[in-house]
Design a protein around this ligand. Sequence first.
Ligand SMILES: NC(=O)c1ccc[n+]([C@@H]2O[C@H](COP(=O)([O-])OP(=O)(O)OC[C@H]3O[C@@H](n4cnc5c(N)ncnc54)[C@H](OP(=O)(O)O)[C@@H]3O)[C@@H](O)[C@H]2O)c1
Length: 235
Amino acid sequence: MSHSKVIIVTGASQGIGAETAKAFRAQGHRVVAVARSIAPTIEADYIAIAGDIGDPATARRAVNAAVEHFGRVDTLVNNAGIFIAKPFTQYTAEEYAATLNVNLNGFFYITQFAIEQMQKNSSGHIVTITTSLVDHANSSVPSVLASLTKGGLNSATKSLAIEYAKAGIRANAVSPGIIKSPMHAPETHARLAGMHPVGRMGEMSDIVNAILYLDSAPFVTGEILHVDGGQSAGR
Ligand SMILES: NC(=O)c1ccc[n+]([C@@H]2O[C@H](COP(=O)([O-])OP(=O)(O)OC[C@H]3O[C@@H](n4cnc5c(N)ncnc54)[C@H](OP(=O)(O)O)[C@@H]3O)[C@@H](O)[C@H]2O)c1
């Protein structure tokens, strides 16, 4: 095992985020997990912070906890996200605000605070979870709010990669297809499987493995890694 890194994972109370936190811990890394419904704790190699990641105060608490208890921030996994699919004109103002809050504000503040810390070590990595729907709009899943926010995150990932390339800080994204997480009720799985060229949904481990790969790939930055059963390639 290489040296123990300090990893912040947002949206880590369940699903892909919880699995990501578990995988990094299993590799001997120290993790700061953030979500609204997570049980707060401070342990030798694990801290859980409860809060809304769209609130800059939560983002500040998470980064401060990493620095105060573990001394640094090596990797930030921007995983917290919500997905609301419906015809464009039916989105409510509340749904619009909620999506911007988590998907954009939840990326913006904590990424700023994390990069400030990474600059001190001339080293760091931001991984953001987006969605392949951004690249292949699907008439059966109208979801402009996902495209508006996650599409921006893909572009911001490339921008950050370039802005910080010489500073030793990398930025990448993982772009999932439809993954068997608590986001999708089991009774929907058969229909969702059919939306992938490979004919099946992805597992949470597929996304976790992509995150672990990117985190161990020093020459990879500005990459949008599609883990989507072929969705972005065509149909
Ligand atoms: N599953 C898929 O098919 C799929 C496909 C493409 C992309 N993705 C992306 O993958 C990421 C993880 O998805 P998932 O399937 O694991 O979803 P999930 O099971 O619904 O988990 C979402 C996580 O985000 C947290 N979260 C939501 N709002 C938050 C807020 N305001 N502040 C802090 N944390 C918040 C939730 O915790 P609390 O409720 O406790 O706050 C939860 O831990 C998301 O960005 C999602 O858009 C998923």
